[in-house]
Design a protein around this ligand. Structure first.
Ligand code: ZN
Length: 696
């Protein structure tokens, strides 16, 4: 019998996968992986082909199929899918623990590392072997049987808790709705938001809802929450929405506070078992930064250079409010008045920009830029394909000789009822020589690119906010690194084996192009008239780039420090709670004290249920590197077509090609010719003002 979850070669038939296929499919995969693992352990292999290729096959078999389940869990969540996911998660962890803790394999890795063959390995092979050994150690291969039992119980429990943590957030967001019916309550709201909220109202059963007549349903989903806070004149509603937002998943049925506490205690226990002082040390042992103190040094440096700027920013906003006799600003007033100040200072607002950024034009501009910089052509696959949602599209990436290099799915719009919030890139399959259809041929990479941007409403295309444009570029940067890799060893190709704190370099590098005038001209075309975005609007957009960057930097520093502190604290040995830590870091880093009800950590999914535990700083860490890499382009002049092209190719040959085959610092130096520094980032964020050539 055919099972569409596991019986596919190049691309899955998403629309044929039923929830009922998942359990039998995953059990088949686990059983055959188990069998292959036993055979491998018995074979006692001594060569790369005998040891590492079969290992990759086992890991790939699991990640290809279990990855598909977890992808659906993220984009097509349902109670039934959740049940089967939770049911199987334990078995998957059990197997990966067994694989990672195999004494026989561990000995075989060490022997291979000592063998004469090792010297002949290429860089990718050497790094794969090194990190496989390190991972086995972090997975408890060196523990005695008693300790290993404890370790495995912790892993099982952690998997369960982290899944509950993210499901609670999803449910808490889904459950919160405010229906408004009075025209007074919509004063100030832009048309796009009225359309969106009326559309939500329709889905909620108000079938006659219209953007002008209502009713309108407000939610905590970003495409609704952010513009509402920026534009609503109703202070009372802003307060209500804000308070719901900062306390989400912190009480009642979806309370994450105890879960968070338990997660941290278990992570610390795990770290101790493995001989680390705390979980932050464990996490950093596999990262580019290496030690928490190095990260703290960077974060405090950023705090010190942005604090005064942030204070001034708040003062200017208050001043504007004062002029309008508004009184002292509360948290729920700041986005509103900040947006008014931005309009005043730069004569620009998000809503005015939207008509110039319809998704199809933005994509076309992004693809054109990729062609210019990296010499690749991107075309939509218009054959009848199978997707998990009607708005998903598939694209192919080709080199200039029309040779197929890779593919990616784009799932652009927000669907709070079934899709996790935020934006991310994931891998369906990666580039690998051992899975090529013929000898000497590689398997081509396929990526998922998932956004949660404004959906098309009222018969118009999706009109994007500028922030959504940046997000699209960001995720596409991740995809490029996955797709343009030239490494043939699957365990180090694309984003595999790249240190977490270096993984945001390509993504943030791409974001920088959103502020290049030439690129903006390509992207920005009015959705009705096809007219290019006026130069005057580009001017304003560029000027407004550093608006509130002091505040934004402090916020990121706050998240990064909070994450590190939480993972350095032994909650079981101190009276300090996670909330106390949050408050302590807030005092160190924020200008305005948080609301009493602020329980941000209860929805900090990056660190509690994503991969960023003691690694949130990675955004800032990579940003230093990506800004410095982009500065190389600025130094030759962004309109210097020929040289930009050459440098773009160099970027492709280093950051986008080398995957996890080299130390990230080495990749950086190969591109830049020197080690990184923070100057470019400080300049981009307006914290220092000089240009690379010393111009003002
Ligand atoms: Zn990213």
């Amino acid at each position: 019998m055919i099972n569409p979850l596991i019986d596919w070669k190049i691309l899955p038939r998403f629309d044929e996968i039923k929830t009922g296929d998942i359990e039998p499919g995953v059990q088949i995969v686990l059983a055959r992986c188990e069998k292959k693992l036993n055979e491998l352990e018995e074979a006692n292999p001594t060569s790369w082909e005998g040891l590492m290729d079969p290992l990759e096959m086992i890991e790939d078999d699991l990640s290809r199929h279990w990855g598909l389940v977890s992808h659906l869990h993220h984009v097509k969540n349902s109670p039934e899918l959740r049940d089967v996911y939770n049911k199987l998660l334990g078995d998957v962890i059990k197997f990966t623990n067994k694989l990672n803790q195999s004494q026989n394999l561990y000995k075989a890795y060490l022997n291979l590392q000592k063998s004469a063959e090792f010297k002949k390995f290429n860089d990718a092979q050497k790094r794969i072997l090194k990190s496989t050994i390190h991972e086995a150690e972090l997975n408890g291969v060196g523990l005695n049987s008693e300790e290993r039992k404890e370790y495995n119980q912790i892993s099982q429990k952690l998997a369960e808790l982290t899944t509950r943590f993210s499901n609670n957030i999803l449910d808490a967001i889904k459950a919160f709705k405010i229906t408004i019916t009075s025209p007074e309550q919509i004063i100030g709201l832009p048309t796009t938001l009225l359309e969106l909220t009326a559309d939500t109202a329709k889905q909620e059963g108000h079938i006659k809802a219209t953007p002008t007549g209502g009713p309108w349903v407000l939610t905590l989903d970003s495409p609704c929450f952010i513009p509402f806070m920026q534009h609503s004149k109703s202070r009372q509603l802003r307060k209500k929405l804000y308070e719901a937002y900062i306390s989400k998943a912190s009480y009642g049925e979806w309370d994450n506070s105890l879960i968070a506490n338990e997660i941290i205690i278990l992570r610390q226990a795990k770290a101790k078992l493995l001989g680390f002082k705390n979980f932050a040390d464990l996490s950093l042992s596999r990262k580019m930064a290496k030690t928490p103190s190095k990260v703290q040094k960077l974060l405090y440096e950023l705090r010190d250079s942005s604090r005064t700027v942030a204070e001034e920013e708040l003062k200017s906003i208050q001043k504007l409010a004062d002029k309008n006799n508004f009184g002292k600003l509360k948290h729920w007033d700041i986005p509103y008045w900040a947006e008014r100040l931005r309009e005043k200072q730069y004569e620009i607002n998000d809503e005015e920009l939207r008509p110039f950024f319809p998704l199809p034009h933005v994509l076309a501009g992004l693809f054109e830029l990729s062609e210019k910089l990296f010499g690749v052509k991107i075309k939509e696959n218009i054959e009848k394909m199978s997707f998990w949602n009607k708005d998903v599209k598939l694209f192919g990436v080709f080199d200039l000789n029309n040779q197929h290099l890779a593919s990616f799915y784009l799932d652009p719009y927000s669907r709070p009822e079934e899709k996790q919030g935020g934006a991310w890139m994931d891998s369906l399959v990666g580039r690998s020589i051992i899975f090529g259809s013929d000898k000497g041929k590689v398997r081509l990479p396929v990526a998922y690119m998932i956004c949660n941007q404004s959906k098309p409403v009222g018969g118009k295309p999706s009109l994007m906010t500028f922030r959504e444009v940046e997000t699209l570029f960001h995720e596409f940067g991740h995809c490029l690194q996955h797709m343009l890799t030239t490494i043939d060893q699957g365990m180090a190709s694309g984003i595999s084996n790249v240190e977490w704190d270096a993984v945001e370099i390509a993504s943030q590098f791409m974001e920088n192009w959103c502020y290049d005038r030439g690129t903006l001209r390509e992207l920005g075309k009015h959705f009705e008239t096809n007219q290019s975005i006026p130069e005057s609007l580009i001017d304003k957009l560029l000027k407004a780039r550093t608006y509130r960057e002091g505040t934004n930097t402090l916020r990121q520093v706050n998240f990064g420090l909070l994450d590190l502190e939480i993972h350095q604290t032994q909650l079981s040995e101190t009276s300090e709670t996670i909330l106390d830590i949050q408050r302590r870091i807030d005092r160190e880093t924020l200008i305005l004290p948080p609301q009493e009800s602020d329980r941000f950590y209860c929805s900090f999914s990056h660190i509690f249920s994503g991969g960023y535990a003691a690694g949130y700083y990675s955004y800032k860490w990579s940003e230093v590197l990506s800004a410095d890499a982009f500065a190389a382009f600025e130094e030759i002049g962004l309109d210097n077509e020929d040289e930009i092209k050459q440098l773009g190719h160099k970027f492709r040959e280093t950051f986008l090609s080398l995957g996890g085959s080299q130390e990230p610092l080495k990749v950086f130096v190969a591109f830049r010719g020197r080690e990184p520094n923070t100057k470019a980032l400080m300049r981009h964020t307006g914290l220092i003002s000089e240009l690379p050539n010393g111009e003002a």
